[in-house]
Design a protein around this ligand. Structure first.
Ligand code: ADP
Length: 257
């Protein structure tokens, strides 16, 4: 008999994640891929591969979250990302606090109680500034892969101020800076500063209950982590797999853990 008690599916705007948990709530299998145009077909394929690998029973509860959650017909239930990230992170870190989730197309600040439930939250899904898309879009101009962004920004000697918070205007500013011969790493540092400024203003609106905790794909970026800690003058902690926390929380809500 399989030891899998639930699978969480996070059909995000940028990446699609699956996490399987056992009876103790431990993560025992996971998948992550860039989101395809037909996410429902993609999830079906990813699920079968995970069932196969783990020998899971096809009747295992499947809990969907993320932008495309309502498209996942196999799901037994669907739950908002706010609830899932809060549950996943509080379980992984063993406490509540103020969670900042920065994904590909939105960012959220969630005050999480010690029981793992969201107490208050603020979400930005109207504007690319303050999301992974802001960094990706503008960094593509500089020819830097996403996993290199943070290291390059942190190693810059200087910093170019990016005054536009809008992605489209920021891109024009970058083009002018490149034309003036500015150091690409200093431009990247300025870009990160601008993203962090947006996120910190959300944090101030929600109010900080320490510690600050991070989740979402952008939490993998060292410069974002360091600049948030500096701007908020607070310690920042994060789980081992920040990008999988939505799917992990969904799985926990479907299991008994
Ligand atoms: P969503 O759930 O909204 O689809 P994710 O939480 O998966 O999005 O975050 C996607 C974002 O994470 C991308 O836009 C990218 O900026 C960032 N990202 C992904 N991998 C890395 C990495 N290795 N280093 C830094 N940033 C990353």
């Amino acid at each position: 008999m399989s030891n899998i008690v639930a699978i969480g599916i996070d059909a995000g705007s940028t990446t699609c994640k699956l996490v399987a948990i056992d009876r103790q709530g431990a993560m025992v299998g996971a998948r992550l891929e860039a989101t395809e145009p037909r996410v429902e077909v993609q999830v079906q394929r990813m699920l079968w591969a995970l069932f196969d690998e783990l020998g899971a029973d096809p009747s295992t509860p499947l809990i969907a979250t993320g932008y495309g959650r309502k498209l996942i017909k196999e799901a037994t239930r669907n739950v908002t990302e706010i609830t899932c990230h809060a549950r996943g992170v509080s379980r992984a870190l063993g406490r509540g606090g103020t969670l900042i989730d920065i994904g590909g197309q939105d960012s959220k600040v969630i005050r999480v109680g010690d029981d793992g439930r969201p107490v208050d939250f603020m979400m930005n899904d109207k504007c690319a500034a303050g999301t992974g898309r802001f960094l990706e879009h503008t960094a593509a101009r500089l020819g830097v892969p996403v996993y290199e962004l943070g290291r390059r920004a942190l190693s810059a000697r200087g910093e170019e101020a990016i005054s536009s918070t809008c992605t489209v205007f920021a891109e024009s500013e970058i083009i002018s800076l490149i034309a003036r011969g500015a150091d690409p790493d200093a431009i990247l540092r300025g870009l990160h500063r601008s993203l962090v400024g947006r996120v910190i203003s959300m944090v101030r609106t929600v109010g900080v209950v320490p510690p600050l905790m991070l989740s979402g794909g952008v939490a993998r970026n060292d410069a974002v982590r360091a600049m948030i800690a500096e701007a908020a003058s607070e310690d920042v902690i994060l789980p081992d797999q920040p990008q999988l926390m939505g799917a992990y929380g969904a799985a926990l809500l479907g299991g008994t853990a």
